[in-house]
Design a binder for this molecule. Structure first.
Ligand SMILES: [Zn+2]
Length: 325
């Protein structure tokens, strides 16, 4: 058996997989609140108690942070994760720590129509590159380079690159972000906390009733609901700005990757705001890259609606470790 993991800033998923099927098949999946644990070892202990005595042959864990030398420090939680700790916890030497977006990107070739919601059909090129963008607790991006016919995930820290303002309003937003953080990162706009920043911006000079009594962690979801339901005009405005900026950044990534095989929108936020992503403003912003609009119109753009895609990608990587011997 193999183990796939997805360690996010909010939630950690661990899955026990059968490696033999075309697509690794999860036989047990468990979810843990990341911040309630001090080390990954604690979560591994709970997981092992839950799955019982099973021999584990390989494990790959996607982590929301840069991976250096098979170890990672989470960006949004004060944690370190090393392959050695996972190896000791699970009793296998075949362990890979990888960036969470690299894991998500590794799932792309195994995803089926049920896992995806199409925003733009495009024309999928079997010889083209792909790209994955995912806003959640943070913003992640990965390229998928076509190497010998297969899509090879390449991680990045693009969420911490500079946010590119396109309108006078976004320039105002950048001013606000610079005052707050010293610079404006893409993630300061495109993430759960980013949506809160945009909400702050659209509510300047006024309170928002929607957030009274709401816990910090629940605020982005509440803003999305208030925006989708039209219960607060400024919340709706914040969601519109968010969706447009998300489309624009997905377009930036598509250009950088020349993603003629497809652009995949993952992460926890997209499935929750699907109606807003389908209004057209996401794709309008995605395509507004003259003179390359036609190139972008040919690219398939799909939302990953399977919340366990990252876990599946990690399991696919774990299975590859078995081949190494
Ligand atoms: Zn509001």
């Amino acid at each position: 058996m193999i183990v796939g993991g997805d360690v996010g800033g909010t939630k950690t998923l661990l899955g026990l997989f059968e490696p033999d099927a075309d697509r690794p098949r999860a036989v047990a999946t468990h979810s843990y609140a990341t911040s309630e644990h001090r080390r990954v070892g604690e979560i591994l202990d709970e997981f092992k108690r839950a799955i019982g005595p099973v021999a584990i042959d390989a494990a790959a864990i996607g982590v929301a942070g840069p991976v250096v030398g098979n170890a990672a420090r989470l960006t949004n939680v004060s944690w370190d994760i090393a392959a050695s700790e996972i190896a000791a916890g699970l009793g296998t030497q075949r362990v890979q720590v990888l960036n969470d977006l690299e894991a998500l990107a590794a799932s792309v070739e195994a995803l089926t129509a049920e896992d995806l919601c199409v925003l733009q059909p495009g024309v999928e090129r079997a010889d083209g590159n792909g790209a994955v963008i995912a806003a959640g607790t943070g913003l992640g991006e990965a390229l998928l380079h076509r190497v010998e016919g297969r899509l090879q995930p390449v991680p990045s820290e693009a969420g911490h690159a500079d946010f590119a303002a396109r309108t006078e309003r976004e320039i105002e937003l950048v001013r606000m972000l610079r005052e707050r953080y010293g610079r404006a990162e893409v993630e300061h706009v495109l993430s759960g906390p980013g949506l809160l920043n945009v909400h702050r911006f659209t509510h300047r000079g006024g309170e928002c009733e929607m957030l009274s009594g709401v816990e910090d962690a629940q605020m982005p979801a509440r803003i999305s609901q208030a925006g989708l339901g039209g219960r607060c005009q400024q919340c709706a405005d914040a969601l519109r700005m968010f969706v447009s900026a998300y489309g624009a950044e997905a377009g930036n990534l598509a250009l950088r990757a020349v993603a003629t095989s497809g652009v995949y929108v993952g992460g926890g936020i997209a499935p929750k705001i699907l109606p807003a992503l389908r209004t057209g403003s996401f794709m309008d912003a995605f395509l507004a890259k003259e003179p390359l609009r036609e190139l972008l119109q040919q690219m398939p753009v799909k939302v990953i609606v399977n919340p366990e895609a990252g876990l599946l990608g990690a399991a696919i990587r774990a299975r590859e470790l078995l081949k190494v011997g």
